[in-house]
Design a protein around this ligand. Sequence first.
Ligand SMILES: *[C@@H]1O[C@H](CO)[C@@H](O)[C@H](O)[C@H]1NC(C)=O
Ligand SMILES: *[C@@H]1O[C@H](CO)[C@@H](O)[C@H](O)[C@H]1NC(C)=O
Ligand SMILES: *[C@@H]1O[C@H](CO)[C@@H](O)[C@H](O)[C@H]1NC(C)=O
Length: 465
Amino acid sequence: MANSLLISLLQIYLLFLSFSTCALGLAKFYVVDLHDLTSKNVCSPPKDMEKIKSVKPTLKIVDRQGPCSTLHPAEKLSPEQILSNDQSRVDSIHHRVSAIAGKGTTSGPLSPSQITAQSGFSYGLGNYIVHVGIGTPSKTLTLEFDTGSDVTWIQCKPCQTYCYKQQEPIFDPSQSSTFMNVSCNSTPCNDVSGNFCEGSSCLYGVKYGDQSYTVGYYAEDTLTLTPDMIQKFRFGCGQNNKGIGDFGEVAGLLGLGPSSESFVSQTSDKYQRVFAYCLPALSSSTGYLNFGSNSDISNTNHIPITKRPNSGPYYYITMTGLSVAGDTLPISSAVFSNAGTIIDSGTTITQLPPDAYQALRSAFMKHMTQYKMVPGSSTLDTCYDFTGVDNMTIPSVSIQFENNVSLDLVHQGILFGTSRSQLCLAFAGNSDPNDIGIFGNVQQRTFNVVYDIPKGEIGFSPDAC
Ligand SMILES: *[C@@H]1O[C@H](CO)[C@@H](O)[C@H](O)[C@H]1NC(C)=O
Ligand SMILES: *[C@@H]1O[C@H](CO)[C@@H](O)[C@H](O)[C@H]1NC(C)=O
Ligand SMILES: *[C@@H]1O[C@H](CO)[C@@H](O)[C@H](O)[C@H]1NC(C)=O
């Protein structure tokens, strides 16, 4: 009984239907059994780890609020809070990427939400965590995983100004025999965000778009990613840290961006600046993050990483088009090229140039007329009530990139929400056509996403976790 339950939990609840009568091409739809989504309040074992087990080290990635998470914060973030944090992050990315100084943010007032969180509904919320060890002896800490940040940081005793509440004991440098401060007159200190000296100690500071921040000493210590140990790994030892919802009570953040102080750059001798991850389809399933060559995973579509001066902590790629139910949408390529695109594991909802979003929205709505629309939630404006629906039928969505790469999203990459009475198209439109587009984490679900920085490319293969 338990076994068959597990098997049914592991199934992927989708099925392709083809309508060859469709004049514009092969229409594709997903039929999703909503009962299966609502019942999963237990953590499913990882799928097919065989494929990647020769690649070491491999960290598990889970949704920080889902049943696989080791964190159980007193207050969970509501979908509304997640979306509003997400919009703040998007605004700060736009602000940072914008070439014109002071062009500013694009956020407007957020509309009140109709979403009511329903526990156990398992389209996840899109904040992902991993576990690493820091110090000697090694202490296991839970970190947010972020390809759109450079500095890795953790909360650190004595928390001179403020540490938010975290689940694990706060890291105590005095208990680690390998802990050292980074000295002020050093290249890493010059390169770290917010570099500043206090006496001979190097200070770092990172401010996130949602008014979260972390400030403290720039330090180094041994980082353990079982079975590997990385000596003298540099990270922020946060003495003043504040985040909305206490960052979900994580101990800090693992920065996987491209610049010189990121984890990826610091470990380039060991892992050659190659890493891969798979974000789980649901909050009740498990993904992975691994470092070093990932050659056993084949059939990968490659997209060039676009070189940009002052790219900051972001990986730029080139999005070229969108399809709904197999039909390519009539969107001028200039719409995408004027805006540009980054890929970001820390942004939840994919942000499109306004014309691209409008085309997507109207094509999607045409295939959804049998369902009742309901008011939007925060940044999402195309929402449906599936109360009383057993199996919903939604059109497939694919995203096209440079090199003729087309990614067919899984259904968990198309809708977002935690309540059957309000599931929303998981895309948003930028308000300014020149603001950068962002390929967010909901849409990346279940792909093996390989970053090969020396080759200058990002590869995708489907159905990896
Ligand atoms: C690191 O620097 C801070 C601030 O100067 C100091 O309080 C702490 O004792 C230093 N730690 C070590 C191990 O040197
Ligand atoms: C819903 O889908 C499942 C699996 O695809 C199928 O077994 C079931 O008969 C469907 N239910 C309805 C009411 O269509
Ligand atoms: C993309 O596909 C088109 C049409 O099939 C083809 O003409 C073109 O050469 C392809 N480009 C690349 C980079 O593969």
